[in-house]
Ligand binder design. Structure first.
Ligand code: DON
Length: 309
């Protein structure tokens, strides 16, 4: 069936948010970063940005939240622009089938992370960015401000410090990669950027706008070429196979769109040729993805009969 844009209205999204409220209390906010555990869990938002820049939204769609691992999508964009295919020397493109912060494969795979969306892979990407950029976090923020058309975007330093203080596992992964010769910069410097990337705060509206170029062959809603059409297709393929960690298969089955999640409760998904969508609610399922955001996206794609497959 062809997608009917006229069915994707504010009314449609508002009904979804209302229905989703019955699921509140079934998940658990991320508590391994103390500053994230303090968030009000009873928040639900969703925003869609069409390729022409039109927005439809419902619930807390304009409330900024911690983007966490959704930052991995945009650091990959920066790194692909800088390194092109050379980026894949030392970073894989296979789903891991393990938790986002798992270390088990890193040892047997000789320090080569499975993909750029698990923590080890994103740390390797940040290492590559550190080698070529003078101020990685500032430059990521500049990209996001431009893509979202929101000059006020910033990182929450308290969240970044909280994660840095509890980041032994990420440090261990970075040191292991360094031991295998797959990490060039000082670990502490890269962790500092990585934690500040994760601590950037954006709303559903910001994230839907910032990711819509992935639905539009690399062209942002303001008409700027961010990536080539070919690079965009490849990023979408990585999101489809690896974007939801070890729930990527389930997400492909139930939602049917390339997506990227974060432990702040946000999930971005892309319907190539049409729109980008971001859903947010802080309570997570056992895998570390937002329970309600996943449900919202399942319902949206089911009811509108949207899927890339
Ligand atoms: O590295 C971490 O643990 C977090 N700052 C980011 C993890 C994350 O968002 C994984 N998502 N599901």
């Amino acid at each position: 069936m062809t997608f009917k844009r006229s069915a994707l209205t504010e009314h449609f999204l508002t009904d979804l948010v209302e229905e989703a409220k019955q699921l509140l209390g079934q998940g658990k906010t991320a508590d391994y970063i103390p500053a994230l555990a303090a968030i009000d869990p009873n928040q639900i938002g969703i925003a869609v940005c069409f390729n022409d820049g039109d927005i439809v939204q419902a619930g807390a769609a304009q409330t900024p939240f911690s983007i966490q691992s959704i930052s991995k999508l945009f650091t990959l964009v920066q790194a692909l622009k800088l390194y092109q295919d050379e980026l894949w020397q030392g970073i894989g493109r296979e789903p891991s089938g393990h938790r986002f912060n798992s270390m088990v494969q890193l040892e047997t795979d000789h320090g080569v992370p499975r993909n750029p969306f698990i923590n080890a892979g994103a740390l390797a990407i940040c290492d590559r960015l550190q080698s070529r950029l003078s101020a990685p976090t500032f430059q990521l923020l500049e990209l996001l401000r431009k893509l979202a058309d929101n000059p006020a975007l910033h990182a929450n330093n308290q969240v970044a410090r909280s994660e840095l203080a509890h980041g032994s596992r990420n440090a261990a992964m970075a040191y292991l990669m360094k031991a295998f010769g797959n990490f060039s910069n000082p670990v502490e410097q890269v962790l500092h950027s990585y934690c500040h990337h994760c601590a950037i705060e954006m709303s559903c509206v910001d994230l839907a706008k910032a990711s819509v170029f992935l639905a539009n062959k690399g062209i942002s809603f303001s008409g700027e070429a961010i990536l080539s059409a070919d690079q965009t297709t490849r990023i979408n393929a990585l999101m489809a196979t690896c974007g939801l960690y070890d729930a990527s298969g389930e997400f492909a089955y139930e939602v049917g769109l390339p997506g990227k999640s974060g432990v702040g409760g946000g999930i971005v998904a892309v319907y190539p040729g049409h729109f980008s969508v971001c859903a947010w609610s802080p309570e997570l399922n056992p895998v570390g993805n937002s329970l309600i955001s996943t449900w919202l996206l399942e319902q949206l794609t089911d009811r509108l009969e949207v899927s890339i497959y």
